[in-house]
Design a protein around this ligand. Structure first.
Ligand code: AMP
Length: 113
């Protein structure tokens, strides 16, 4: 997907510092952070929404484990954090390349708006 911004970041084509990278997953800071720590965890392969992850259990596992690893790395694990995946228009998904938001470093209310 040549025009997908997260494909370009995850492949290294776009020079964005990565907090984590392995064969399948990359993590980088959100450009418009909603918390002191706001990291996006994305697959290297282009998958549009979480709906398409249903046939990819190994990738789901890798994505989730990467979230936990970044939570440890960034010091969020002990105090707490939130993992969010917006799927589709009603959830407010704006980039159609699957990503998990890892947010922490401030108190958060529930439910979200
Ligand atoms: P969502 O609304 O769930 O699709 O989230 C997309 C997120 O991607 C938003 O929080 C944006 O701030 C973030 N974002 C968009 N472009 C970039 C970029 N080039 N680098 C980092 N984060 C980005």
């Amino acid at each position: 997907m040549g025009d997908c911004i997260f494909c370009r970041i995850a492949s290294g084509e776009m020079k964005t510092p990565l907090l984590l990278e392995n064969d399948s997953v990359a993590a980088f800071s959100d450009i418009n952070p909603q918390a002191p720590v706001h990291v996006l965890v994305v697959p290297k392969e282009h998958v549009e929404t979480t709906n398409e992850l249903s046939g990819k259990p190994e990738l789901v596992q890798k994505l989730f484990l990467a979230c936990l690893q970044v939570a440890e790395q960034t010091g969020l694990a002990e105090d707490g954090y939130r993992i969010v995946a917006n799927c589709g228009a009603k959830a407010g998904q704006s980039v159609y390349h699957v990503h998990f938001h890892l947010l922490g470093g401030r108190p958060m209310s529930w439910p979200p708006g």
